[in-house]
Design a protein. Structure first.
Length: 475
C-alpha cells in the first residue's frame, strides 16, 4: 500500500515554493547568485577580457583554490610541465567558456558543501549533477556543436540541479518531509509535487529566476538524456559499477540514437565520461559527491585536501612557473591587464606576500587608485589605496626603482598610511618612460615579517613585467 504524503504539506500553492525560492536566493545563497551573474555577464560580453574573469574568481580564495586544482586536473590534458599556478593563466589556457564551466562547478560545490541535515542527499545530487554536466558537454561535442555551445550544455546540466541541491541544503522542514516521503517509496515527482507543490527541477528554475538567470535552462535534449542516464546509472558502488542498474540500457540506447550509433559504440564513451566526471569531482574537492558517480568501485582513497591557507608561503618553483606564465600572458598591449593580473597574483600566491596591488594614476595625474588587489580583504585594500598625487612626488621620491619602505620617510606620501602598514614593498610601473602607477605589497594581514628574499623576488616580478610591456606591440 502506497503511503500518503504528510498531511501538513498537502496541496501547497505556487506562492509557497516561489517564496521559498526567493528566500533561499536572497538569504542563503546571495553571494552564489551574485557571482554567477558576474561570471555570465563577463563571458557573454564580446569585449570581456580574461583579467575580468580572473578578478571574479580571485575575489574568493576558496573558489580560487578549487578552480586551480580543477584546471590542473588530468582530464583537462595539462601535463606537469604545463601546470598553471595563477587563475589568470588558467583563463588563457582553457578559454573563457571552459573556465566559466569550471567556476560554475566550483561555486556549486563550495555553496553546497555544508549540506546541513540532508548531507547524503546533497552529495548524491551533486555527484549526479557533475556527471550529467560532463556527459551533456560530450554529447554536444560529438554532435559537432561548437566548444561554446557544448560548454553551455555543461552549465545547463549543472544548474539544472540547483533546485534539488538548494532544497536539500536549505529547505528546512519541507526537506525533512520530502525525505520522509521518498523514504516511504513514493515516486520522486509525486512526492515532490505533494510536499513542495512543484518538482525540484521547476523549483530550481524559480531559484534561477530570482537571480535573473532562468534563461540558462533551455530544456536541451542533450541535457535531458544526460540527466536520464545519471538517474538510471546510480553510483560507483552499485552492482556492475552502476552500469548494470535497471534503465541504463534504455538511456544508453536513447543517447546512441541521438548520435546515430549503436550501443556497443556508445557505452564505452559514456563510461569514459563518467571517469572524467569523477576526476573533476575529486579535483574540486567534492570527495563525497564522487561516490555517486558510476566510475569508482568504492570510496575515494584520496584524503580531502585541507582548506587553502590564507597566507601562502614563498614557493621558488611556483615563482618560476608564474614568471613563465607572465611571459605567455600577453601578445599585445590590449592584453596588458592580464599580464598585470598575473604579476600581482604571483606576488601573493608564489612570493608569499599577504597583499599585493597595482595602483594606477588617473588621466589627470592627480590621484592614484588600486586597480588590481589580491589577498585577504583585497576589496578593502582596493578602497584604501586611493590618495592624492602630484608631480612633486615623482621628483622628490625618485620613483625609479623598487623600494623597501620602512616608515613614512621612505615612501610616497599616503601609501603606507592608506594601506595601514608600517612596511611594504613599492615599485614604479613605467611604460614608454612615463610613470603610470605603482606596484605595492605587504604582510600586514598575517603580521609576518617581510624578508630580503621576498624583496628580491618582488623586484624580479616587477622587472619582468616592465620588460614584457616594453616588448609588446601596440596592436
Amino acid at each position: 500500500m502506497t503511503s500518503s504524503p504528510p498531511r501538513a504539506a498537502a496541496q501547497p500553492g505556487a506562492d509557497s515554493f516561489t517564496e521559498l525560492a526567493r528566500r533561499i536566493a536572497e538569504r542563503d545563497l546571495p553571494s552564489f547568485g551574485l557571482t554567477l551573474r558576474e561570471l555570465f555577464l563577463a563571458t557573454e560580453d564580446a569585449s570581456a577580457s580574461g583579467q575580468r574573469i580572473a578578478g571574479i574568481v580571485l575575489h574568493d580564495p576558496a573558489l580560487t583554490s578549487r578552480v586551480l586544482r580543477a584546471a590542473n586536473a588530468a582530464h583537462l590534458g595539462l601535463g606537469a610541465h604545463a601546470r598553471v599556478v595563477t587563475v589568470s593563466r588558467a583563463v588563457v589556457v582553457l578559454g573563457l567558456n571552459p573556465i566559466r564551466s569550471l567556476c560554475v562547478s566550483a561555486l556549486t560545490v563550495e555553496a553546497m558543501a555544508g549540506g546541513a541535515r540532508q548531507a547524503q542527499r546533497v552529495q548524491h545530487a551533486l555527484g549526479r549533477a557533475l556527471h550529467a554536466a560532463v556527459q551533456a558537454r560530450d554529447i554536444g561535442l560529438r554532435q559537432r556543436a561548437s566548444r561554446e555551445a557544448a560548454e553551455q550544455l555543461f552549465v545547463e546540466a549543472m544548474l539544472g540541479s540547483i533546485g534539488e541541491l538548494a532544497f536539500w541544503c536549505f529547505g528546512g522542514s519541507l526537506a525533512q518531509r520530502l525525505d520522509l516521503a521518498l523514504g516511504e517509496g513514493q515516486p520522486p515527482e509525486q512526492a515532490e509535487a505533494a510536499v513542495l507543490g512543484t518538482t525540484l527541477r521547476s523549483f530550481g528554475r524559480e531559484l534561477l529566476r530570482a537571480w535573473n538567470l532562468d534563461a540558462l535552462l533551455r530544456d536541451s535534449r542533450e541535457v535531458a538524456l544526460a540527466r536520464r542516464l545519471g538517474q538510471a546509472v546510480g553510483g560507483g558502488a552499485a552492482p556492475g559499477g552502476g552500469w548494470a542498474e535497471p534503465g541504463v540500457r534504455d538511456a544508453v540506447r536513447a543517447i546512441g540514437q541521438l548520435l546515430g550509433q549503436g550501443e556497443s559504440e556508445t557505452l564505452p564513451r559514456l563510461r569514459h565520461n563518467a571517469h572524467e566526471a569523477l576526476e573533476l569531482a575529486r579535483a574540486l574537492g567534492a570527495y563525497d559527491a564522487a561516490a555517486s558517480i558510476p566510475a569508482s568501485a568504492g570510496p575515494d582513497p584520496t584524503p580531502p585536501e585541507p582548506p587553502p591557507e590564507p597566507y601562502p608561503e614563498p614557493d621558488p618553483q611556483a615563482q618560476l612557473r608564474v614568471l613563465t606564465e607572465m611571459s605567455q600572458a600577453a601578445r599585445s598591449r590590449r592584453e596588458l591587464p592580464l599580464l598585470l593580473e598575473t604579476c600581482v597574483e604571483g606576488l601573493h600566491r608564489a612570493v608569499g606576500l599577504d597583499r599585493a596591488a597595482l595602483c594606477l594614476l588617473n588621466p589627470a595625474r592627480d590621484r592614484v587608485t588600486a586597480r588590481i588587489a589580491i589577498g585577504p580583504d583585497a576589496g578593502a585594500l582596493r578602497e584604501k589605496l586611493d590618495w592624492d598625487w602630484n608631480p612633486e612626488i615623482e621628483s622628490r621620491w625618485a620613483l625609479n626603482a623598487p623600494t623597501w619602505c620602512k616608515g613614512a620617510e621612505g615612501e610616497p606620501p599616503g601609501l603606507l598610511r592608506a594601506a595601514g602598514a608600517t612596511q611594504g614593498f613599492v615599485a614604479p610601473f613605467v611604460v614608454d618612460g612615463q610613470l603610470l602607477g605603482l606596484f605595492y605589497a605587504d604582510r600586514v594581514a598575517s603580521g609576518r615579517p617581510l624578508t630580503s628574499a621576498q624583496f628580491e623576488s618582488f623586484q624580479s616580478f616587477v622587472a619582468l613585467a616592465q620588460v614584457i610591456v616594453r616588448s609588446l606591440p601596440r596592436g
